[in-house]
Design a protein around this ligand. Structure first.
Ligand SMILES: NC(=O)c1ccc[n+]([C@@H]2O[C@H](COP(=O)([O-])OP(=O)(O)OC[C@H]3O[C@@H](n4cnc5c(N)ncnc54)[C@H](OP(=O)(O)O)[C@@H]3O)[C@@H](O)[C@H]2O)c1
Length: 244
């Protein structure tokens, strides 16, 4: 059976590395983002079967992502929600709109995508859902306050566990992949500032930030048959950061 993966945030960073890893494992991959074209073009130039699903998940109904993947590829077997934003400021200065914006994209959209994808996975008798958490799922944030983000990432742990329980017997595994510090556009404001970068790096036992590929290898394992008895878990890939 040809398996189809839908990856939000597949145009850049961690989502893009996950897309590449799954494409090399033989999946067709639908890349959901506001601008998926460049990533799709780059994969197709390598002969890999990626296709674009241009959506703004802050504005367009998330269910449209599932509908468009079904229309283009005929199924959805893997759902990865890696699209993300952050608002870095103290809680006393955060507006309700900013709070809701971050919670919506990370947590509400995760639920709506899973709810729309699950019936098709149940029908296929095989499904994998991977949400992207963070070390902030457990740590309450980093050196810059990020209350909405850390709350959303902790909420994803609850969602992962409830959906794993509800859908496990129906062939769907649900897990949460929690990266540590990864060098992407998302964290540029942190890694480009030595006053933030140096103390964080000093706290990582492996002595370096992750590359998106470090995270994608584990994500690929979580979506594969090799991890068949693994569900409802948060898998932390942080170079030992939380063990410090
Ligand atoms: N980098 C880290 O250190 C780190 C650590 C832990 C967890 N994470 C999590 O990992 C995930 C990916 O982060 P990253 O570092 O890879 O970020 P990134 O390089 O900034 O990529 C973010 C992705 O999200 C997409 N996106 C943002 N807003 C969107 C919207 N409104 N609609 C559709 N797509 C949207 C972007 O695509 P377009 O611009 O094309 O729309 C892009 O593909 C996030 O959930 C983040 O919280 C990151």
């Amino acid at each position: 059976m040809e398996r189809v993966a839908l990856i939000t945030g597949g145009s850049r960073g961690i989502g893009n590395a996950l897309a590449e890893a799954l494409l090399h494992k033989g999946f067709r991959v639908g890349i959901v983002s506001r601008n998926p074209e460049n990533a799709v073009e780059a994969f197709r130039a390598e002969g890999l079967p990626a296709f674009g699903v241009p959506l703004d998940l802050e504005r367009d109904p998330p269910q449209q992502a599932i509908e468009q993947v079904l229309a283009q590829a005929g199924g959805v077997h893997v759902l990865i929600h890696a699209a993300g934003i952050n608002v870095r400021k103290p809680s006393l200065e955060m507006s309700f709109e900013e709070w809701r914006r971050v919670l919506y994209l990370h947590l509400d959209v995760a639920f709506l995508l899973a709810q729309a994808a699950a019936p098709h996975m149940i029908e296929a008798g095989w499904g994998r859902i991977l949400f992207i958490g963070s070390v902030t799922t457990f740590s309450g944030g980093g050196p810059i306050p990020i209350s909405a983000y850390a709350t959303a990432k902790t909420g994803l742990l609850g969602l992962t566990r409830v959906l794993a329980k509800e859908w496990g017997a129906r062939g769907i595994r649900v897990n949460l992949l929690c990266p540590g510090y990864v060098q992407t556009d998302f964290t540029a404001a942190v890694w480009s500032n030595p006053a933030l970068y140096n103390p964080i790096t000093a706290r990582i036992p492996l002595g370096r930030w992750a590359l998106p590929e470090d995270i994608a290898r584990v994500g690929c394992f979580l979506c594969s048959d090799e991890s068949d008895y693994l569900t409802g878990q948060a898998v932390v890939v942080d170079g030992g950061f939380l063990a410090y």
